[in-house]
Design a protein around this ligand. Structure first.
Ligand code: KG4
Ligand code: ZN
Length: 344
């Protein structure tokens, strides 16, 4: 639609991001990764909010410059309101409110998860609604049916860890840096996927137990890797783990990818919806992209994945979601707050 430029801000976790949506397309997208968490094996919330505070203004300025626009050209400001870390969300919210208030612009609050879902709308080819959406990120793993009017019908989810969390925890067990997903992905390509026999995360109707169409549990697989390591002869434990890193990575990635893709195939079969989006940080995984594309070709459904840089957290997905919301007349009150546990 023909809307004035939207500036979008995303600070829900450990990436400070800003993007501009103008003339019906992405005009710029900047992600300032925070390097402050590397030595900690995970995100330290207090460090994240302080880093956002330091990076937010330069990131917004960079996004505007890249779009060739100034503050005066903006028509609206969009911002992630949740889910995420409270202190991190508040930095983005405060910046967005300051701009909206100062320039008299409408504010568009966006759900981070809805942003991931709409990340397949940033570029062509875009799915038409309704479509099935597999959201696999560091904090969430769920399958939804996306309908007109920003309706998301949940078909199932993980009961414990998110897929990305499982990647990160197994990577940590293997002594890899945080976030471990990309490292597992890279190592899996050169490992033997039959090395470890790991339990399938599937609990659904055709899985071991559970009743939802897409019911998953990732905690058992992480525990199985931990037991494998614990059972190794102590004298050479570190050496064996190091020699078999790629094999464990490949074995782990295989069962995770299989469980996700099998769940998707079954959902396609049961709903008859033949468009599938795969979004969120884990959708950057090369094994998952390949497997879901092959399943689509075999079963006859269309697969939509965001560009790699839009799989992981970014503000472009917040900008495009805001464009759809604004076009539908949905704006937020300036009193809107952060909702750390906001659901889709
Ligand atoms: O969507 P995202 O950037 O942040 C959240 O909203 O959680 O997802 C981050 C997650 C991390 O767990 C990270 O390890 C995982 O996405 N990830 C990957 C890959 N790239 C990022 N997991 C597997 N393979 C990848 N290539
Ligand atoms: Zn995310």
């Amino acid at each position: 639609p023909d809307l004035p430029p939207i500036l979008a801000i995303e600070t829900s976790c450990d990436d400070t991001a800003a993007a501009v949506w103008a003339d019906g397309r992405l005009a710029s997208s900047v992600v300032a990764g925070q390097r402050v968490h590397e030595g900690f094996g995970g995100v330290v919330p207090e460090h994240a909010s302080r880093a956002h505070e330091r990076l937010i203004v330069p990131t917004i300025e960079a996004a505007l410059a890249e779009a060739g626009l100034g503050m005066a050209d903006l028509g609206a400001v969009a911002v992630t309101v949740g889910p995420g870390l409270a202190g991190s969300l508040l930095v983005g919210l405060s910046a967005a409110k300051g701009i909206a208030l100062g320039r008299g612009l409408p504010l568009l609050g966006v759900n981070h998860l809805e942003g991931h879902v709409y990340s397949v709308m940033i570029e062509e080819p875009r799915p038409s609604l309704p479509f099935l959406c597999l959201t696999v990120s560091g904090g969430h793993t769920l399958l939804t049916l996306v309908r007109e009017g920003f309706a998301h019908e949940e078909l199932g989810r993980t009961r414990d860890d998110a897929a990305g969390e499982a990647f990160d925890k197994v990577a940590k067990l293997l002594g890899l840096p945080y976030p471990g997903g990309p490292h597992i992905d890279r190592l899996a390509a050169e490992g033997d996927a039959a090395f470890l026999d790991l339990p399938s995360p599937r609990l659904g109707p055709k899985g071991r137990r559970g009743d939802a169409l897409f019911d998953l549990s990732f905690s058992g697989i992480k525990t199985a890797v931990r037991y494998w390591i614990a059972d190794l002869p102590e004298a050479d434990r570190v050496g064996i783990v190091e020699r078999h890193r790629a094999d464990v990575a490949a074995s782990f990635q295989r069962v995770v990818v299989e469980s996700l893709v099998e769940g998707v195939r079954q959902a396609v079969e049961e709903t008859g919806v033949r468009a599938v989006a795969v979004v969120g940080g884990v959708s950057a995984n090369s094994g998952l992209r390949r497997a879901v594309t092959e399943a689509g070709a075999a079963d006859g459904f269309d697969v939509f994945v965001p560009d790699l840089q839009h799989s992981v957290d970014n503000a472009a997905m917040i900008a495009v979601t805001a464009a759809y919301k604004w076009a539908a007349g949905e704006t937020s009150d300036l009193s809107v707050g952060a909702t750390p546990s906001l659901a889709l």
